[in-house]
Each structure stands twice: as structure tokens, then as C-alpha cells.
Design a binder for this molecule. Sequence first.
Ligand code: K7E
Ligand code: CUA
Length: 665
Amino acid sequence: MKRPLLSTALLLTGAGGLFLLINSMQGCRPNTTTQTVVGGDAAAKTYVKPGSYDEFYNFVSGGFSGQLSVYGLPSGRMLRNIPVFSVNPESGYGYSEETKPMLMTTHGFIPWDDSHHPELSQTDGIPDGKWCFINGNNTPRIALVDLGTFRTQSIIEIPNCAGNHSSPFTTPNSEYVISGTRFSIPMGTESERDVPIESYRENFKGTVSFIHPEPESGKMSIAFQVITPGMNFDLSHTGKGVSDGWFFFSCYNSEQAYSLLEVNASQRDKDFIMALNWKKAEQYMKEGKGRKVPGKYYSNWYNESTHTAESTIMEEVLQLDPRELKDLVYFMPCPKSPHGCDVDPTGQYIVGSGKLAALIPVFDFTKIQAAIAANDVEGDFMGIPVLKYESVIKGEVKKPGLGPLHTEFDHKGNAYTSMFVSSEIVKWSLSTLEVLDRVPTYYSIGHLCIPGGDSKKPWGKYVIAYNKITKDRFLPTGPELAQSAQLYSIDGDKMELLLDFPTIGEPHYAQAIPADLVKPREVKFFKIEENKHPYVAKGEKETKIERKGNQVHVWMTSIRSHFTPDNIEGVRIGDEVYFHLTNLEQDWDVPHGFAIKGAATAELLVMPGETQTLKWIPEQVGVLPFYCTDFCSALHQEMQGYIRVSPAGSKVELKAETRSVDAGS
Ligand code: K7E
Ligand code: CUA
């Protein structure tokens, strides 16, 4: 193990070598103590007194939890953990019959993913509080979470993609969200895909896909894909203001290595930022350019009226090839293995953060346009023009720190870059490119977030660090310690640490938005008269039980504090029982739960006015109880029932006790 590491260190020079060295020193951290950086009034600045609301919602990716967690800021209080790509027995998401289709893909039912980047939908370049998108890396997908329900509304699978990392960044009016492939792969027919890995250079390609969410329903489809040279695509951001109509992507591994990437993808001095004219691509699509290629994918959508997810399977996708279609894609050299790719609020400046670079390059959109117009290129890469670095650069931020990853912006012309290796946030001026301030983070910050900080209108006020390593900040919890976020004030000239709070899974990116933009959207309950679920029971009179072969369907209702029916007999071993539970409540925050002994999946947590189904396969003869799991009233513990299970072939008559305790109903 020692030799490769040593040769790696020798191959890399300057900051690169340092990066590796420091990276391998587990306990390395800034030698400032918490005491010296937390001022006496910090507590007052994050104290949200009991009964008061936080000012911002903070949507934080769960990383390998496959979920999205929601916090209030500045308190750091956790409000909700939203299941997106992962099943969640707490609510029955991915376990109820209605939600299972949400997790369907061409690889089958995939109840997990690795989610990195939440992105709020935008109107005119400003987060609007309607949706939050998030990417799934592993089995490439993008999800749309509705901020009226705080639930996953739709999930689309991305074909011809592997490792959906530079995703799901949005255009200024959420016409499109983007998916850029991390890994390039061979595509096409089976024989085109079954090729030696050594043939990377000839056969491997990347794609960036433009996903269109329907404004009303949130259903997603792929408008088009742009095919790219084989490389790794890391992050992206849309242009805005002057650069509206463009998208920028960081690319690494321009070496086109396919093994030992740690060494082989760090050879070149510069990789690229890819500039893509998406308005042009849209125009080509409308003119009928490009070609339809095979690309099977699922688009799953939760229908709020039937309370059931629907999967649509698509078979092909429109691909645009920038080698044939002019003025679509340009490369800009960017030092060195760029990770973050961020655009300032005016849209003028594009910041590439080379994780092995000792500086931060800032590109100028006006210069990019001039270089394109003058054909000011230094050659091409796999048929795509490469603009001259000197011609497109505004300047470089010198000596910012080590391991720059991501940049966000405030509303006063400043940028804030996270430094993974030197564990700090560095504030610098967009006009002078001078470093203005730096604060330590504890430790090894990844992404950072300023409310509105990747949009046209940063609200500013705070920057939050999402850290990779959190030694000695919280009470220990066994071999794995809590992940953490840290909240800093950015109101003054100097950043000021105010608060640490633990997070779920591994936080990567996060976004924050004023709570006032989200609160008015909240759905309080679903109207029972609008419930179009095929197994709804809109009142206790509609409850019943029916046998169809070995399937037993129970139309069941819940209301404080009973189920109807509450006694069921005539179920036999070998049956599949479907409990279709409608929650009759028409009031805010009165879910009922449903659990039955021996259920091998999850409970159901059914919102007011909604119907959800638990499939249960009885394995034991006897009388088994079911009950409500959500403490819903003083008589919650009375909210129960029994089901009698008889042996296979038993003659016990199928019946359900559907008498109502409410007279006349
Ligand atoms: Cu830098 Cu996946 Cu956005 Cu994590 S990525 S840090
Ligand atoms: Cu319903 Cu407890």
C-alpha cells in the first residue's frame, strides 16, 4: 500500500502534494479554539424562543441516507427528514402499495440512493419555495419534492448516465433541471455497450440531460441530452442575468484515464469548465435536429388525487451532438481537477474550484462571448473548441487556502469558498479578487450554503458549513461520530461562528430560503370528497371486505378513535391481505397510523383525507391485533382491532365488523 501512495505524492506537485499529505493526516485541523471564535452574544443570535418560528428553512442533502432533511435557521432545529430515494418505515414510503412505484427503475425497485444536491425551484432566477429538487447519484435519478406537502412528488431516471453528480441545478425559471454524468460510459445497442474498458477513448462518452418538470403537476421528462467527450463531469450551475441561456459544468479526468484515477486523472495542469448554450440546444430540438437513440427510463409521479404513484416507461431520448451542431459547447481550461462550478448573482462571473489548485480562477462571461466571436481558441478537445485561458479569465484569487471546493455569494459582491484541506471558509471580493476574511471550520468542510447564495438574489445573513469530519464537537456515538453543520453570521465584515448542529447521513449541498416563501403553500389536509383512490371509503358506510381468489381487500377507515372495521374473520393462511386505509379526518396534523402484528414491511402513516394500502401476508394461525401507531387522541390506545387467521382451506366465513360507533353513520 505504501508504494503507490508515495509515487502519487511524487507525481503531484505544489498544492496537489500537500493536499494528499494533509488529507492523510486524520487529526489535522486549524489551531484556533472554539472559545476564541465564538463571541459572547452568539447564543442570542441563534436563540429562537419557544413558540417562535425560525426565519429560514434549510434543505440539507442526506448523502448516503438517500433522504433530504429540513432544519430551521438560525436555531438548527431539525423539522423533518423527507424520504426521497430511500424507503422509510416511519411513514410507509416505499412500503405502501401506493408509493412503491416511486422507486421503480430499469434496474427494478431500488430503495436507496446517494443524494448530494438539493436545489430549490426558481422564478426569474430567485428561489420561489415551490419545489426542491435533489439528485440520486448511484442509480441516476432526479427527484422533485413538493414544498406544499414536504413529500417526494416525482422521480425520473436518467438513461445513458452513470453517477448523476452534476445535478440537479436549475435554469432561472425551472424550465429545466440538469443531469450531468460523473462517469463516462459506452452507450447504444448491447454490442456497442459490451466493449473493453481499455477502449475508453474511442467508445466512452458523457451526457448532460435537460429534464423538464411540468409547471402544474411536477411530472418530469427528458427534453434532450447533449453528448460529450468521455470525461468525468462534477458540478454545474446555470447562467443568469447576462449569461442567461448558458450552463457551466466542471469536468475532470481530461486525461481520459480509466484506472488508478487518483494518479492518472491528475496529470494535466488544467482540466475544463464546459460552457453549454442551452437556449441554442433548445432551438436545435425545436428545429428537429439531433437523433432519437435508445434510452429506456422510468418517470414516476405521485398522483395527489388518487394518492397513488404512477410509472411511465420511456424507450428513447433525443441526443444532440455538439460536433455536428455548431455553437453549442465550448471548453475553457481550468486548473486543476475542478470540483465546484459556481456563477455569481449577476451572471457575469463563473468560479471554478480546482480541488488540487492553489488558486481560484474566475471566468468573465463577456470575455467568453468575445473569445467565441473571435474564434480565440487554443485547439480542440475531441472535436470541441477549447477557448484560450488567458482570453476568458477575469483573474485568479491568489493563495485562497487549500483544496477549494464550492463557492456561494452574498448580496454585497462577495464570494465565500469552502476549503476542504485547510478546513476554512474564505471570503473574497468579486471585484478585486482579494481575500477579505477567513474562518476555520470543524473540520474539512465540503459544501457551504448562503440563503439564496447560488441565485440572482442572495438573502445573505448566514453562511452554513457542511463538514465531512466532526471530531470532538459532540458527544461521541460509537465508531461513527455525528456529521455537522456550522452556522456563521456574515452580516459584518468578519464572519462569526454562531452555532454547531448535527445532521443526518452525510450532508453535501444544502439550500436555504425565507420561511415566508414556503409557509403559505402548506397543504393542511386532503379533501376527502376529492379522493379518487380506487379503494377509498369516503365514510364508514363504505367500508367492506371482499375476497378475490387468495386476495382479501379491506376497505377501512380511521377517525378519532377507531378503525372501521375493527374485527375481521375468514382470512386464511395463503391469503394476501390488502388493508386500504382511508383517514377520514379533515383537520390539520391528524394522521393515523396502522400496524399489524407480523407485518414484514412497515407501518402506514395516513394523512387526513388520504388512502394508503398495506399488503400483509399472514404466516401464523390465530387472532392478531392491529392498532394505530400515532398518538391521535385521549383514546388513541383504544384505537385497535383484531383479525382472525385460520388454516389454509378453512371454512370460516369472511366477515368484517363495520358497525359504526357514530350513530347514524
Ligand atoms: Cu462537493 Cu457530491 Cu457536491 Cu459533496 S460534492 S462536498
Ligand atoms: Cu389514531 Cu392513534
